[in-house]
Write a new protein. Structure first.
Length: 261
């Protein structure tokens, strides 16, 4: 399945542009989750949530909705990621299981200063792929050009970790398929476009999403891996519109969902 969504659901400029005036703040998630098919939870990046909060989010969203969860900065900001075993345990046991079948990928957004080194491999190896009976999927977002090497992509593929594709002016992009799902964060919304992106650009991203769904890297995007690629089989695709002219992000996601119908 291809899912389109946004980062977070609380943004003042969405009042009146995405959220109708008669939707109170406490019902924003309920509203957004019925217009989109996934949302990236970013509150988990800033502080530890509680099981009650995760359960509340579960209860407010449709049965077929899926969250991705942004891993906390107290882990991804560490100089030595592989030394965060105890902190990782705290995060995973903070209530993620309350999302049940709505728990999607965990996003590990590395700090810009983090370079590709042996620590990266050790960190990916320690990431668990189960939480109780729930499967866990991991997506790694890199911010340094030192990761633009075959060794990193091949390592991610070996550990079934998705490398996040960042459509950004500031960060490097890797389009390789490295896991049984694909994760992209599109960051070029402009306010002058009602749907964030021009129609031609949205059509192009839809074509790319369908290629990722088929298990192949989209034509024209940079790839770096050399090891055996995953089989060309159907896989989930998660695409989030964030940053740029954020006020347009929900409209971009909805425009893409309309293209799937």
């Amino acid at each position: 399945m291809i899912r389109f969504g946004i980062g977070g659901w609380t943004f003042e400029e969405w009042r009146g542009t995405f959220y109708p005036d008669d939707v109170p703040a406490k019902r924003e998630l309920e509203f957004a989750s019925r217009k989109l098919t996934t949302i990236e939870i970013n509150g988990t990046f800033y502080r530890t949530q509680t099981p009650a909060t995760f359960k509340k989010w579960f209860d407010e969203t449709p049965d077929d909705f899926v969250f991705s969860v942004k891993a906390p900065r107290y882990i991804v900001g560490k100089k030595e990621l592989a030394a965060s075993g105890e902190l990782l345990d705290v995060f995973l046991k903070s209530g993620l299981s309350e999302l049940k079948q709505k728990l999607g990928p965990i996003l590990w957004q590395l700090a810009p200063f983090k370079k590709f080194d042996d620590d990266i491999g050790a960190f990916m190896k320690m990431l668990p792929h189960e939480l109780g009976k729930l499967p866990l999927r991991h997506a790694l977002e890199i911010r340094s050009k030192s990761f633009l090497v075959p060794e990193f992509v091949d390592l991610a593929r070996k550990n079934n970790v998705a490398v996040v594709y960042a459509d950004s002016d500031d960060y490097p992009a890797i389009a390789d398929v490295t896991a049984d799902f694909t994760y992209a964060r599109l960051q070029r919304c402009v306010e002058s476009e009602p749907a964030g992106y021009p129609k031609k650009a949205l059509d192009q991203w839809m074509a790319r999403a369908k290629e990722w769904e088929e298990g192949v890297a989209p034509k024209g995007l940079d790839t770096y891996g050399t090891a055996a690629k995953p089989s060309k089989s159907k896989r989930d695709v998660f695409i989030y519109f964030i940053s740029g002219a954020k006020v347009r992000a929900p409209h971009a996601a909805m425009a893409m969902i309309d293209r799937l119908k």
